[in-house]
Design a protein around this ligand. Sequence first.
Ligand SMILES: [Mg+2]
Length: 199
Amino acid sequence: MSIHPSAIGFDLDCVVVDTMEAFIRLAREDYQLEVLPEEITEFQVEECLTIDQGIIDAIFKRLLDDPLASKMQPMPGAVSVLREMATIAPLTFVTARPDSAAISAWLNRTLGADACAASTLVAMGDHDGKGKHIKELGLSHFVDDRFETCERLHCDGIHALVFEQPWNKGRHNLPSVASWQEIAELLTTVDGCQLSVTS
Ligand SMILES: [Mg+2]
């Protein structure tokens, strides 16, 4: 598999943004609740954690409303790979988040205004239906951590890559990537050269 940077798009939470690190940190700091990363085995965390639903909702609301104030971190390696990609083609993100302004500000701060200047960000407000947008954007490949989303995209004729997380491991038969280093290794420039990414 070799993908040109202009042909691939990305989900944000748990692919570009380390959403679960922020969830675990806010649970500990503000609610004195200890959650281990390996305990999050379901995409819907209430299905695997014994935390009050009101607390879960309150934490996720903060992560949606203000990623910068919540000090959300990028996934390891994401910034260098995306910045390198942005020198070749505009970046594209399609998220289930309902509002683009807050996460757009996070992207600008985290990736840099130069890397985001020509980028496209679609905030759908829904987990389903990404395929329509991805096709309209002319992308052939998409990376997402929700395997149900990837299976739908696969049915829509899009090459879906599952970003490996505890809640998708062993639950699908699609190609997966375990890190941004692995994503970088799939990317080539238009003349077939490997992208050079410095970490
Ligand atoms: Mg996600």
